[in-house]
Ligand binder design. Structure first.
Ligand code: ATP
Ligand code: MG
Length: 180
């Protein structure tokens, strides 16, 4: 499984539809300060279902919609599509290519799609839950977050590792079972 492409349209600084083609292996995004590198990462977190405006470096969720510049009017909606190569069947769905789309309007309503079929956020979360790219999997380490991890208390660091290894959900289930 690898990320194949990311299309952003009306998301943060990307007013016009922009597609980034991603190859297996390492992709580097380079550019001057403020040119939108972190916005690319925010787009990936957002399309995977991120619900916190702060995690996307904004005050409110509406801040992800292109707010306009001196030469260009604001837009009414943001849309991001992430296409994943599923040739190895890592995602439990009968397609070798899976595209996930999220769209949001200024009234706050979000729409989600899997392969152009409208679905719920829950369907996306379930699709990704055992793949290692779900929302809680720490696949995205933002600017400054690395520092936070290095300086974390041992017990917090342990839970980062457990979560990344997929152990945390079992430990939580065990604790729940013992309490009963
Ligand atoms: P650095 O190298 O400093 O980390 P960067 O390339 O990561 O910079 P970003 O943080 O991705 O830069 O982009 C910041 C830019 O995105 C700013 O110019 C900001 O005005 C613009 N931006 C963020 N949200 C919106 C929005 N909703 N509408 C228009 N522009 C936006
Ligand atoms: Mg940045």
């Amino acid at each position: 499984m690898h990320l194949k492409s990311l299309t952003v349209k009306g998301f943060k600084s990307f007013a016009s539809a922009t597609t980034l083609r991603l190859e297996p292996g390492i992709t580097c995004v380079v550019g001057p300060n403020g040119s939108g590198k972190s916005n690319v990462v925010d787009a990936i977190a957002w399309v995977l279902g991120e619900q916190g405006a702060k995690a996307l470096r904004g005050g409110k969720m509406e801040d992800v919609i292109f707010a306009g510049t001196s030469g260009r009017a604001p837009l009414g909606r943001a849309e991001v599509t992430l296409t994943i190569d599923n040739n190895d069947g890592a995602l439990p769905i009968d397609y070798t290519e899976v595209s996930i789309t999220r769209r949001m309007f200024r009234d706050g309503a979000s729409e989600y799609e899997i392969n152009n079929n409208s679905c719920r956020l829950l369907d996306i979360q379930e699709l990704l839950s055992d793949s290692g790219i779900g929302r809680e999997m720490h696949i995205i380490v933002g600017q400054g977050r690395l520092d936070a991890m290095l300086h974390a208390k041992p017990e917090d660091r342990r839970s980062f590792i457990e979560e990344a290894a997929g152990v945390l959900k079992h430990r939580k289930r065990k604790e729940k079972a013992i309490r009963k």
